[in-house]
Structure formats: C-alpha cells, structure tokens
Design a protein around this ligand. Structure first.
Ligand SMILES: *Cc1c(COP(=O)(O)O)cnc(C)c1O
Length: 434
C-alpha cells in the first residue's frame, strides 16, 4: 500500500519508508491511499472472536499487502499480550480500560506494535542501527521505551524535562538500561521537543545516523490504536446482546487516538458518532464551533497528557474528511473541561459509582454524561491508570490509591540518566559521537 503526505508536496512512499521516516519530506503526515472496509461477516461474528483475532483482521486490512501474514500475526499477538476490558460504569456508560499494559497507558499498544514492525523492517533490509528519538512529558517515553526494550538494531533516546515528570513516570524509562538511554534535559518539555525537531532537520546528523521518531505522527504507532475500538464494540455486543451503535468518547491531546477510531468507522465499525473531550487546551473544540483552526501555546492542567496547543494529527482528521468542517462536525462533537470540573467528576464518580477515573478519562466520562441523548449508549476510553497520577488523584478523592504491582516493580529499579543541556549544539555533539 502506498502512503501520501497530507501536505501533498512529497512523493508517495511505501509502508516501510513511512515507518522509518515518520514524517514526510514536506513535513506532512503520512496517510494510506485506501482504507479497506471489513466484510459484514466479520461484524456479524465479531463477538465470538478474541482481541488478538480481531486485531489481526484489522491489521491485515492496514498492513497485509506489505508484511507477510505469519510475521504480521506474530507482531499483533506479541503486542497484545494484555487485555483491554470494557467495564460498565453507569446504566449507559462503559469504560474501555486501556491501562492493563506494561506502562499502564494506551500508548503501550502503538509503542509495542511500532517497535516490532520497525524491528522487522530492519532485519529484512539488513539495515544498520536505527536511532529513535522521543521527547516526552511522561506517558510517551515510558510506552516507547518499554515497547522497544531489547529490540535488536534499535536504540531509543528518551528526552525528558528534569524535575517536571512524576517519579513514577521517570522510573518507567530511566531504570531499563540495555538499548534505552534517558536524557535528562535541563529545560521544559518544549525544549525537549525542540531538540528532537532540530535533530531531524540537521543534515550532518542525518548523514551520520538513521534517525526516526516514535510519536503518534508515525503510522506504525497510530494505526494499531484502531484495534481496540473494534474489540470495544465486540465486548459491547456480547454484554448487551445487540451491540447498538455506541457513541465513543476519546480524551484527546494530539488526536492520534481518536483518528484511529475514525479510521475504524470508515472500515464499517458500527459507531453512531464520536466525542473528542479536551481539557482547557480546547483548540479542536473551538475549531468545531467556529470552523477556524487556531493553535495556541498549551496551558498546564491536571490532565497533562492532553496539554497540547497544536494537535499534530489534526492534519489527518482534516484530510480524512476532505478538509470539510461540515463533514467533520457531523461525525465528531467536542467538549472542554477545567481542572475544577475534572476533579469534581473524579470525586463524584468515585462516590456514586465507586469507579476511580484518572484525570484524562474523567474528561471522557463527563462528556458522555452531558452529551448522550436518551436511548444512546456511550463508551469512553480510559487512557491511563489513575495511580500514574498518584498525588493528583489522592489529593482529589482524599483517599490512598493502591499502586498496581507493575508500577511498584518500576519503583524499585535504579534511575540512570544522562544530564543534557537544552542547547542543540550540546545534543548534536552527543549524537555525533555515537
Ligand atoms: C497521550 C495521552 C492522551 C492523548 O492522546 P492523543 O492520541 O494524543 O490524543 C490522553 N490520555 C493519556 C493518559 C495519554 O497518555
């Protein structure tokens, strides 16, 4: 399958080139030429299939032309070695718990898949080492580092802002060793991102190293996120015997997660409509209201993985609907919440339903509570485990939160990181010496 750039100023590429490069030469995002619908027979018996079986059918539609069936199946089955259960929270609202993977956030799915697919391409081509650069404010670094741990031919450099990442998050990518190096940058998340961007644009560096990015602009990270939308529907169908056409609500930052869901709908997945839930960084919400897209610097909130001022996958959403605001607004509505509203939702849901939301999932739950029409059923994506935001969550509910064993295991590891200044010349010197 060929991939084109959303900016339409760069030549088409193969899947392999799209995965290795991440971003198109014209700085656009790669899109597959065709989105293949899955047959009715698949939807009729989807509730009899396992998560891995469902995911493989979806993966085959995306990647089957480019990756041999046995390899693709192995990648899918290895990636999804954990469950993504659908849990009923109220009469009509269900939580899709995406936090049962190794780093307890949904990014495990894309991170693990991309690591395995890139590893396959490197082995196949006999390529030399590929170096993955990733800037993180928390969840991305841990999912990517853990996904790539031990994958031959790939080294990952995680750049994170010193003192601005929670201890739990920091431990998830500084204790691994092997092919993972943590660079502790004396600066902010924006400084980390600027260092990575400058590295990709530096000619000399790119002649010296084969660099790629592992954030959600990469097709190998964002497309696999479609898998669990299908599995959510399968579980709903099993639980309710009808399946309905659910309304799906996605707590959104860079919009990679929801875009994968929109792809799913184009493949025939029965979804009535989508809701994109924002925190105060409501650039997409404003776009839906006005038809004008106005990026602005992000502000810090308690749902910090959604603190994005210029969502990178917006270009894909636009492209998917031919640039039509009307068509986008017909399929996706928006919601936006302050920290106060997020905290109130977490407290109330804990008290009334005894369900503990994390700050991101709380935006999703609230948007369904306020936005469902009578007779509709809603599913929100619970994107991370509440214990990842321990201080925030305990402060809000006024109770201790139990830390899952997987997180505790990271806490026992020994932190190892290299200090790095926020000057590109220092970072470049470091990379050139590799
Ligand atoms: C990354 C992240 C998000 C935002 O997802 P996007 O794909 O960037 O929209 C939401 N919640 C959590 C917990 C995250 O880690």
């Amino acid at each position: 399958m060929k991939y084109y750039s959303t900016n339409k100023q760069a030549p088409d590429v193969t899947l392999e080139e799209a995965v290795v490069r991440g971003l198109a030469a014209d700085k656009g995002l790669f899109m597959p030429y065709t989105i293949k619908p899955l047959p009715q027979e698949f939807y009729d018996r989807i509730d009899t299939l396992s998560f891995q079986e469902i995911a493989y059918r979806v993966a085959d539609a995306f990647f089957g032309e480019d990756v041999p069936a046995d390899v693709l199946k192995q990648i899918v089955y290895d990636t999804l070695n954990f469950d993504v259960p659908l849990v009923r929270v109220t009469e009509e609202i269900y939580s899709l718990e995406l936090f049962h993977g190794p780093t307890l956030a949904f990014k495990d799915v894309g991170g693990r898949f991309m690591a395995r697919l890139l590893g396959y391409f490197i082995r196949k081509e006999g390529k030399k080492q590929v170096d993955v650069l990733v800037a993180t404010s928390g969840d991305t670094g841990s999912a990517v580092a853990n996904g790539f741990l031990g994958v031959e031919g790939i080294h990952v450099y995680v750049l994170y802002p010193k003192g601005k990442v929670s201890e739990i998050q920091e431990k998830q990518f500084t204790t691994l060793g092997r092919n993972i190096t943590a660079l502790e940058v004396d600066g902010t998340f924006d400084d980390c991102q600027a260092l990575v961007k400058s590295a990709f644009m530096d000619r000399e560096l790119n002649e010296h190293l084969l660099l790629t990015s592992a954030n959600s602009i990469n097709v190998a990270r964002f497309l696999p996120q479609a898998f669990y939308y299908f599995y959510a529907y399968a579980q709903l169908k099993k639980m309710t015997a009808t399946g309905f056409y659910p309304v799906i609500c996605v707590p959104s930052g860079n919009f990679g997660n929801i875009t994968a869901g929109l792809f799913g709908k184009q493949m025939g997945l029965p979804v009535k409509r989508f809701i994109a839930a924002n925190n105060r960084n409501d650039i997409f919400y404003q776009y839906l209201q006005t038809g004008v897209y106005t990026p602005r610097p992000s502000v810090a909130t308690i749902a910090n993985a959604m603190d994005v001022g210029d969502p990178s996958n917006f270009a894909r959403v636009l492209d998917l609907y031919g640039g039509s605001h009307e068509r986008i607004a017909a399929e996706v509505s928006g919601a936006t919440y302050t920290d106060g509203q997020i905290a109130e939702t977490m407290r109330e849901t804990w008290r009334e339903c005894h369900y503990l939301l994390d700050p991101h999932g709380a935006c999703g739950f609230r948007a369904l509570k306020e936005g469902l029409e009578p007779g509709e059923t809603g599913i929100f994506l619970e994107t991370a485990h509440p214990a990842k935001f321990l201080d925030t969550v305990e402060g809000i509910i006024g109770e201790k939160v139990e830390i899952p064993a997987k997180l505790q295991a990271f806490m026992r590891g020994e932190k190892k990181s290299l200090p790095m200044s926020r000057k590109f010349s220092d970072f470049k010197k470091y990379l050139m010496a590799l």
